[in-house]
Design a protein around this ligand. Structure first.
Ligand code: AMP
Length: 498
């Protein structure tokens, strides 16, 4: 039996073809959604999914999430005494999903269709396939996520069609334009915003709730942040989801035995979220321009990602395209459903071929900086220079300034990743740049990043006042040998899995 797997950044889902249609399969907990979280329990056994997610807050050193963003990097992730690579973590998820299907349906899974973002590069795709091998599932072919969404909407039944996929997930926004021609699906363009997702919408409510607690009830903001943040976040997340189906929500929280409540309306939420909505427009325009497909030529606009359940999103999309987006398939299930359809087509030897996008940078590249926010110095901030999805080869430059008086050196640390904090991104390399002493902010350094099709990144610094240059070349290609793969297999076999 071939299964379809949506191996997501936050959640993963699995589907099979049964009784004439693709359907999602429930895990042992009765849910079709398995959080993409891996951890180690108190007995040192690997745990996957919800049980691992439940321990994220209480056992952060024994649990890991969002590792899909590290796929293709050489980063090692520590889980207690274990050291794991991103593909090894992904293999635990794949294995879990496969075993869930076998347990639920009493069948043997031999092969899987696994979805990947359209912008994943060669190495990231290779590592995803390797994760399959480590999980003892044959992953012969991968499927682009937007293509999967299109299949779930029946694109394979069309001879020719042009589709825009609008994917707003938890932390990222992706727009892809697809063209189906002669049975081949091509990703014509892909654009997005790597720091915009459902979580930013939750933050809008968090900000308003904080303002209410601090300004109306004179609660100390610092104490709220240090002692009650997870509780406030969870309540605001509930509010956001509820406001997708109702017009008002009663935000409610208990602090030191006292209960605080605020009626929050969808209308207030939508007005406050306007700046976020504005940011969704640019990538759509960019994707249209890059694809050379006109808005009027699009046959369908598909919504993908849980955050597109917010009515303000479908309204915005309807306004942009002058028509209602398709939303018959649940936006958080559509990619997995599409993978299931591809599994069916493959079984019938009629799978859709999709063309891989190879000329975009698959992750954001930038450096670590220190920021000042409201008088507070914040270190470890990621400052992007080349944004993910930029067409390559590309060369971009940004100017940075010294932050301390009499500073003699500036450390330019290069990172790749999509997090605002460098600690969650992949460290690539360092340039120690000597600068003439002076006051803070007096010396400027130009940092140029050049990234090419072979995954080579050149970082060049120029001290503006002296014109002194330095550069390093960082190779992003950490391909594995058969020997490495065998070692990885042996390591995983020796591990206890719950
Ligand atoms: P995904 O990565 O596609 O699973 O999207 C997850 C994001 O969608 C998270 O930010 C969720 O809070 C958000 N989300 C899920 N369901 C809803 C809903 N009903 N209304 C608003 N946002 C939602």
């Amino acid at each position: 039996m071939i299964i379809g797997i949506d191996l997501g950044t936050t959640n993963s889902l699995v589907s099979v073809y049964q009784n004439g249609k693709a359907s999602l399969v429930k895990n042992a907990l009765g849910s079709v959604i398995t959080p993409s979280v891996v951890g180690v329990d108190d007995e040192g056994r690997i745990i996957v999914g919800q049980p691992a997610k439940d321990r994220l807050q209480t056992h952060p050193e024994l649990t890991v999430a969002v590792f899909k963003r590290l796929m293709g990097s050489d980063q090692t992730i520590r889980l207690g005494s274990l050291e794991l690579k991103p593909q090894e973590l992904s293999s635990f998820l794949l294995r879990q999903l496969k075993e869930d299907v076998e347990a639920e349906l009493g069948i043997t899974v031999t092969e899987a269709i696994v979805t990947v973002p359209a912008y994943f590069n060669d190495l990231q795709r290779k590592m995803t396939k390797l994760a399959g091998r480590l999980a003892v599932i044959d992953v012969e072919r991968l499927l682009n996520e937007p293509t999967a969404a299109a299949l779930a909407y029946g694109a394979h039944e069309e001879l020719e069609t042009q589709i825009l996929v609008f994917d707003l997930g938890g932390g990222t926004f992706d727009v892809s334009i697809l063209e189906m021609f002669d049975g081949i699906m091509e990703v014509r363009s892909s654009a997005g915003d790597n720091r915009l997702g459902g979580e930013d919408f939750s933050q809008i409510i968090v900000k308003d709730f904080f303002a209410y607690l601090v300004e109306e009830h004179h609660l100390a903001e610092d104490t709220l942040r240090s002692d009650f943040l997870p509780k406030i976040l969870a309540e605001c997340e509930r509010a956001k989801t509820a406001l997708s189906t109702q017009l008002e929500y009663l935000l409610s929280i208990e602090i030191n035995g006292q209960s605080y409540q605020l009626t929050y309306s969808r209308d207030t939420f939508e007005k406050a979220a306007q700046p976020l909505l504005d940011r969704l427009i640019l990538p759509v325009k960019q994707a249209l321009t890059d694809s050379s497909i006109k808005l009027s030529e699009l046959d369908q606009v598909l919504l993908v990602g849980g955050a597109t359940r917010m009515p303000m999103i479908s309204k915005l999309v309807a306004r942009m395209f002058g028509r209602l987006p398709s939303r018959e398939v649940n936006p958080d299930e559509v990619v997995a459903m599409g993978a299931g359809y591809q599994a069916v087509l493959k079984a019938k030897d009629a799978q859709i071929n999709d063309v891989v996008l190879t000329d975009v940078c698959p992750f954001t590249l930038g450096i670590e900086i220190v920021n000042e926010l409201g008088g507070r110095i914040i270190s470890g901030v990621f400052s992007p220079i080349i944004e993910r999805n930029t067409t390559i080869p590309v060369s971009r430059m940004e100017r940075y300034y010294t932050t301390a008086d009499q500073q003699e050196y500036v450390g330019i640390k290069a990172y790749q990743g999509e997090s605002r904090h460098t600690s969650n991104n992949v460290y690539l390399g360092l340039l120690e740049v000597p600068v003439p002493k002076g006051e803070a902010g007096e010396q400027a350094i130009d940092v140029r990043f050049s990234y090419d099709i072979n995954g080579l990144l050149e970082v060049e610094t120029t001290v503006v006042s002296t014109n002194e240059k330095q550069s390093i070349v960082i190779s992003n290609n950490h391909d594995l040998s058969e020997d490495d793969i065998q070692k990885s297999l042996e390591k995983l076999t020796a591990m206890k899995i719950h």
